[in-house]
Design a binder for this molecule. Structure first.
Ligand SMILES: Cc1ncc(COP(=O)(O)O)c(C=O)c1O
Length: 303
């Protein structure tokens, strides 16, 4: 009875594993996945993450083009595919992710065109052709004052054209994906922290809060910004009130880097008020050094 259950469970695990596509970052990963497949008695479904031979112009964070820790350089992919042939992997296609946080739809369209072009160039190396193509993401969100929201319409049109004119004729019913992070999650999250002190130092007003960069590294600018700029902030309960003062919102850590808003225009704030940081749903708590100074982790509440 027990043995039957174990066999059943193994069968289910294998079924689950067989439905998963693993995106490989290197030749060594390919060898590891091959070995895991042999151990489990299945043929892993994989795609190769390709470091393209171009980058996403205007991206806040470049993750492709030039020398990168991500993926396999485009020019090395044919040799890798030749090496993997007959090695017990089902290579479905490619994942090409060039960069993140771009607000220029023309540049995203250009990257997607070049991504498809590159994938079609690499396609002959795949025994069964491309059955899966991940075009990456890069869709930015307007964090800062002068940022304009991304115009999705030209991106949709461009993707439609790429699908009908290039992808479907060359790749038939291949599964095509885009992979978005902050565009989906960013404005779904608010970070709320309480003012515990208010002080004026040589003419500059500081609102000290009970949170800080250990909860919201990105808003402090230390997750990576060329020039530090403020995320949108407001006082809860006075979101619509006119600004009455210029104040810097600082966290409770022992570093001047712990700055959530620098000289922000806010309604007059008092101890006990709540400061809200918007666009905190992506690269928020999980991208922050929560253990720094040993403060308790903040609750995350799903509404
Ligand atoms: C492979 C991959 N896909 C998608 C994303 C999400 O990027 P974004 O938040 O810019 O949409 C990332 C972010 O680092 C990534 O590394």
């Amino acid at each position: 009875m027990r043995q039957g259950f174990a066999i059943d469970l193994l069968g289910q695990l294998q079924a689950v594993a067989a439905g998963v596509t693993i995106e490989l970052e290197s030749a060594l990963e390919a060898r590891r996945v091959t070995a895991a497949g042999e151990r489990l008695g299945l043929t892993p479904r994989v795609a190769i993450r390709v470091n393209p031979d171009f980058d996403l112009k205007g991206a806040g964070m470049r993750m492709g083009g030039g020398a990168q820790q991500f993926g396999v350089d485009a020019e090395q992919v044919p040799a890798l595919l030749a090496d993997l042939a007959g090695r017990g992997l089902d290579v479905l296609g490619f994942h090409i992710f060039a960069g993140s946080q771009n607000l220029r739809s023309d540049q995203i369209c250009e990257t997607q065109r070049r991504t498809v072009e590159l994938a079609l160039r690499l396609a002959p190396g795949l025994r069964d052709g491309i059955r899966y193509l991940n075009l990456g993401g890069g869709f930015g969100i307007p964090y800062f004052d002068r940022d304009q929201p991304l115009d999705l319409a030209p991106i949709g049109e461009n993707l439609g054209r790429l699908l009908t004119e290039q992808i479907r004729p060359a790749l038939g019913s291949a599964k095509v994906a885009i992979e978005l992070g902050r565009y989906l999650a960013g404005d779904a999250g608010l970070y709320v922290t309480r003012i515990v002190d208010r002080k004026v130092s040589r003419g500059k007003t500081f609102l000290v809060v009970d949170g800080g960069l250990h909860h919201q590294l990105a808003a402090s600018g230390n997750f990576g910004q060329v020039i530090r700029r403020n995320f949108p902030v407001a006082l809860a309960h006075r979101v619509d009130a006119e600004p009455a003062e210029t104040a810097s919102v600082v966290g409770c850590l022992c570093t001047p880097l712990d700055l959530l808003a620098d000289e922000a225009a806010l309604p007059a704030a008092q101890v006990g008020d709540l400061v809200v940081v918007f666009l905190a749903g992506a690269y928020g708590l999980t991208a922050s050094p929560t253990a720094f100074l040993g403060h308790p982790a903040p609750p995350e509440i799903l509404l």
